[in-house]
Design a binder for this molecule. Structure first.
Ligand code: ADP
Length: 473
């Protein structure tokens, strides 16, 4: 099969969160299964671009409304990622350092999607499937089927759309309608949700199949999906939950070059201790106390706003017998609070406000517990990395967290689960973590080595996607 993944992120080219991890790994595992796999993404000005060799494969002209734009497609020459990587360049729109967060993101991703459709339209052959990820690529299924310029050639190519996060939908007003290449106006309804153009909704309506990144998330989206719950319910017949995997080549404590001591399930105590001492040294913490860490975007979905209060309550209520470390960026107000607390709780709590891939690896390796109190969690990769590094996940019972972590109270359970995204539930769970760390050595030891052996690699899920594509041929 020839599979075309279209996305805004792909690790290690450009990553802002889990989407990047998935698009960097799934295609590689699909290629290993014997398929021709291609990733197409915008050509941001990231380090990866300057450190690799490229060849020009296509150039074209298109319109964004009444403005014409030139685009170029380049291909990485050495297949270093294990699949064919194509970057689309559009001067003035995509030539930026960051992935998102610009005032003209609507125009940037609209032009990108038009360029991708135009390029595919010029191909002599038909790929087996076009797999789009999240709202930045959500208009592609519509464009392929209903835009006059593309539909003759592209309408019969199957499309799959994966919802990694339904909170963000790419909404735009109808004043942007003229950006979309001419289409059959009878089909206008396929673009709309709640009086706006809604790329995520359009993808759910138009893609041949829709997937979400865990089963529980699909169930939850029918109840609450930032306004799209009825649409998810309506389209449930073509929707599937396929759990994300992790790239076990990148996330492997045996070989990880970003941690100070490599280890496997047999040497988990010793290996983690060395990494913990390094972390504790860097952040002025006590390596003899249990270390609870948080890594992630500091946003409401992750319940990051609860962290300042939950951390201070836990330190007070548990008499300082626990340490906390936070790595994250996002809401400036939460960033400030988490930063300012450092001085007050010096020796008990520290944070790094920002993004650091390297530090994230060291935290997964050196922490005892990883806290994820998320309000919404489509799949969650952090808990899967934690498991692989022998770090006990402390998670709210939601989405992919529910599907991948069982509570230590269950026979064979290996994590700490709680029901509410609340300060009380977090503080109580921290108490359970301290008790496990201090008093239940055998169970703690068994849990850590057991969870490191759980297979969350991509092999199984990559095949499930292939089976889905096959059903569309
Ligand atoms: P999201 O909803 O943010 O995509 P996921 O759990 O699916 O959440 O994936 C988060 C990914 O982003 C993980 O690889 C995590 O380690 C990484 N990550 C999040 N915030 C940071 C940060 N500040 N520094 C380094 N890595 C981060």
């Amino acid at each position: 099969m020839e599979i075309i993944h279209v996305a805004a992120e792909c690790y290690p080219v450009a990553k802002a969160g889990g989407l990047g991890d998935v698009v960097g790994a799934l295609p590689k595992y699909q290629a290993d299964l014997g398929h021709v796999t291609k990733v197409v993404m915008p050509m941001y000005r990231t380090k990866f671009l300057y450190n690799h060799q490229w060849e020009l494969v296509h150039e074209g002209e298109q319109f964004l409304g009444s403005q014409s734009f030139h685009y170029a497609v380049i291909k990485e020459k050495t297949n270093t990622l294990g699949f064919d990587l194509y970057l689309v360049d559009i001067n003035g729109l995509l030539d930026r350092e960051k992935i998102y967060g610009y005032n003209d993101d609507t125009e940037r991703f609209m032009a990108f999607q038009i360029a991708v459709c135009d390029w595919m339209n010029k191909w002599q052959h038909k790929p087996s499937v076009v797999h789009c990820h999240d709202h930045h690529t959500g208009l592609i299924p519509f464009m392929m089927q209903h835009c006059f310029a593309f539909r003759d050639k592209l309408a019969r190519i199957p499309t799959v759309f994966t919802v990694h996060n339904a909170q963000y939908q790419g909404w735009m007003g109808w004043d942007k309608n003229h950006y979309i290449p001419y289409y059959d106006t009878w089909k206008t309804g396929l673009l709309e949700w709640d009086k706006n153009i809604n790329p995520l909704a359009s993808a759910i309506k138009c893609a041949w199949k829709v997937t979400t990144v865990s089963h529980s998330y699909l169930d939850e989206l029918k109840q609450e999906a930032n306004g799209l719950q009825h649409l998810f319910e309506y389209e449930k017949g073509k929707s599937y939950g396929i759990l994300n995997g992790i790239d076990t080549q990148v996330w492997d404590p045996h070989t990880d070059s970003m941690i100070v001591k490599n280890y496997g399930s047999e040497l988990v105590e010793k290996g983690k201790w060395k990494n913990k001492k390094e972390l504790a040294g860097q952040f002025g913490l006590d390596p003899n106390k249990p270390l609870v860490s948080f890594i992630g975007r500091l946003v409401g979905e992750k319940a990051a706003d609860l962290l300042p209060e939950a951390i201070s309550q836990s330190i007070y209520q548990h008499h300082g017998n626990v340490n906390f470390l936070v790595l994250g960026s996002g809401d400036p107000n939460v960033e400030d609070r988490l930063d300012n607390m450092k001085h007050h709780f010096s020796g008990y709590y520290n944070s790094f406000i920002g993004y650091s891939e390297q530090l994230s690896h060291l935290i997964y390796a050196g922490s005892d517990f990883l806290l994820m109190p998320s309000r919404v969690e489509p799949c969650g990769l952090n808990q899967l990395y934690a498991l692989r590094y022998g770090t006990v996940p402390m998670v709210r019972n939601v989405g992919g967290l529910r599907d991948t972590v069982t509570d230590m109270g269950d026979p064979q359970g290996f994590g700490i689960r709680f029901d509410q995204a609340s300060v009380n539930d977090i503080t109580y769970s921290v108490g359970r973590a301290i008790d496990l760390y201090n008093n239940k050595h055998e169970l703690y030891h068994w849990m850590r080595s057991h969870m490191m052996e759980i297979d969350h690699s991509w092999e199984g899920s990559a095949q499930q996607y292939i089976d889905l594509y096959i059903s569309l041929q």
